[in-house]
Design a protein around this ligand. Structure first.
Ligand code: HEC
Ligand code: HEC
Length: 327
C-alpha cells in the first residue's frame, strides 16, 4: 500500500486523528471556565449527589497523558496503512526470521532423513519422534492424538494404527506389488483425498453414491443386513439373504467386490472395521445411513502446507504406527 494512497491515509488519519482528538478533549475540559471557584459546589444535584468544581486529579491526568505519549511512540513503530513503522517490523518477517532460525537448527537433520528410505527410518527413533510431533500439530485434530480415528469414536476418520488401509498397497492382476504401502501413504499425504482432482498416480477416487432413490427403504434394509453378515456381525438371516441378491446383481459388487473385500479407496466390508460407525446407533442403522446418503470422505492435501521433508517423516511415522503391531 502506498503511504499516501486513499486507504492508507484513511487509516492513518483516523488513528492519529483520534489520538490528537483525545489530547484536545482533555485540554478543553481542563481549561473549561465553569464560573465557579475551586472546591465550590456547582449548584446542581443528581439523585441527591452534588458536584464540586474540582480540577482533575494530577496523577490521573499524567497517567492519561502518559498513555497518549506511549501511543504515539508505539504508532511510530507500528505498520499502519502504507507506513512501515520506523523499524519495518511485520508479523510476516518475524515469522520468516523464526523459520530461518529453525531451519538452521533442524535443516541438516531434515535433509539427512529425507535421503533415507521410509523403511530405514523405522529404526531412527528421532525421525519417528519428529514425525510424531508433526502429526500432533497437523493431523491429530482429525485422526486423534493416538491416530486411532474411528476406533476412538472419531466418526469418518480412519484409524491409522490397525494396518487396515483404504489407500494401501496396490497389487496388479498377476499378484505383483505395483505400489508399496509407504508409497501409497506418501501419495495420500501429498494429494489428500478428494481434495483436488485425482492426479494420474492415484488413478481416481471412487465415490459411494446415495442409493435412497434407486433402492428405497426396504431394499436398503435388506442390503444393510447383508453387509452386516459379511463381517459376522449381528443380522437377520432372511433379510440378509434378500440383500445378497441385490448386492451381487446390482452395483455394490462392482466396487466392493463379490466377496465384499473392497479395493484401493473402497472399504473392505468383511473385516468389522468401520469408518462410519456411531456408538449410539446400531451397526445396521449406521450402514443404512451410508446407503441412503452416500459417502465421500475428504482429507486436505499436505504438499504445499508441509513440504517434501516433513511429508517424508510423517510417512515414516504413520507407517510405523501399524508396523509396530506386526508379530
Ligand atoms: C462406485 C463405487 C461404489 C459403489 C457402486 C458402492 N460403494 Fe460402498 N463405498 C464406496 C467407497 C469409495 C466408500 C468409502 C467412502 C469414503 O471413504 O468416504 C464406500 C463405503 C461404503 C460403506 C461404509 C463402510 C464403512 O467402513 O463405514 C458401506 C457399508 C458400503 N459402502 C456399502 C455399499 C453397498 C451395500 C453398495 C451397493 C448399494 C455400495 N456400497 C456401492 C464405493 C462404492
Ligand atoms: C480435516 C481432517 C483431516 C486431517 C487434518 C487429516 N486427515 Fe487424514 N484423513 C481424513 C479423512 C476424512 C480420511 C478418509 C478419507 C476417506 O473417507 O476416503 C483420511 C485418510 C487418511 C489416510 C488414509 C488411510 C487409509 O486407510 O488408507 C492417511 C494415511 C491419513 N489420512 C493421514 C493423515 C496425516 C498424516 C495427516 C496430517 C498431515 C492427516 N491425515 C490429516 C481427514 C483428515
Amino acid at each position: 500500500m502506498e503511504l499516501f494512497s486513499f486507504w492508507s491515509l484513511w487509516i492513518i488519519v483516523i488513528t492519529v486523528g483520534l489520538m490528537i482528538g483525545l489530547v484536545v478533549l482533555v485540554q478543553a475540559t481542563r481549561n473549561m471556565n465553569t464560573g465557579k471557584e475551586d472546591s465550590e459546589l456547582m449548584g446542581h444535584e443528581f439523585d441527591g449527589i452534588e458536584e464540586y468544581n474540582n480540577p482533575l486529579p494530577k496523577w490521573w491526568l499524567w497517567l492519561f497523558f502518559g498513555t497518549i505519549i506511549f501511543g504515539f511512540v508505539y504508532i511510530l513503530q507500528y505498520p499502519l496503512g502504507g507506513w512501515k513503522g520506523i523499524w519495518g517490523w511485520t508479523s510476516i518477517n518475524q515469522l520468516e526470521e523464526e523459520q530461518a532460525a529453525h531451519a538452521e537448527i533442524y535443516g541438516e537433520i531434515f535433509e539427512r532423513y529425507a535421503e533415507m528410505p521410509v523403511e530405514a527410518l523405522l529404526n531412527e527413533p528421532q525421525a519417528l519422534a519428529m514425525g510424531g510431533q508433526i502429526f500432533e500439530n497437523n493431523c491429530a485434530i482429525c485422526h486423534g492424538k493416538n491416530a486411532q480415528g474411528a476406533s476412538d469414536g472419531l466418526y469418518g476418520y480412519p484409524n491409522l494404527t490397525d494396518n487396515d488401509w483404504l489407500y494401501g498397497e496396490v497389487v496388479d492382476a498377476n499378484g505383483n506389488v505395483t505400489r508399496t504401502l509407504p508409497e501409497s501413504i506418501k501419495l495420500t499425504l501429498i494429494y489428500g483425498i478428494r481434495a483436488q482432482e485425482a492426479p494420474a498416480e492415484i488413478g481416481g477416487y471412487p465415490q459411494m453414491a446415495a442409493y435412497q432413490e434407486q433402492y428405497g427403504e426396504i431394499a436398503i434394509n435388506q442390503l444393510a443386513h447383508y453387509v452386516a453378515s459379511l463381517s459376522g456381525a449381528e443380522h437377520d438371516a432372511e433379510l440378509a439373504g434378500l440383500g445378497e441378491s441385490i448386492y451381487q446383481n446390482g452395483v455394490c459388487a462392482a466396487c466392493h467386490g463379490k466377496e465384499g473385500k473392497g479395493g484401493f479407496g473402497i472399504p473392505n466390508l468383511t473385516d468389522d472395521i468401520w469408518l462410519y460407525r456411531e456408538a449410539d446407533a446400531t451397526l445396521i442403522e449406521n450402514i443404512r445411513f451410508t446407503l441412503r446418503h452416500g459417502r465421500a470422505g475428504v482429507m486436505p492435501a499436505w504438499q504445499e502446507i508441509l513440504g517434501d521433508e516433513k511429508i517424508h517423516l510423517l510417512t515414516a511415522y504413520v507407517y510405523s504406527l501399524s508396523q509396530e503391531q506386526q508379530p
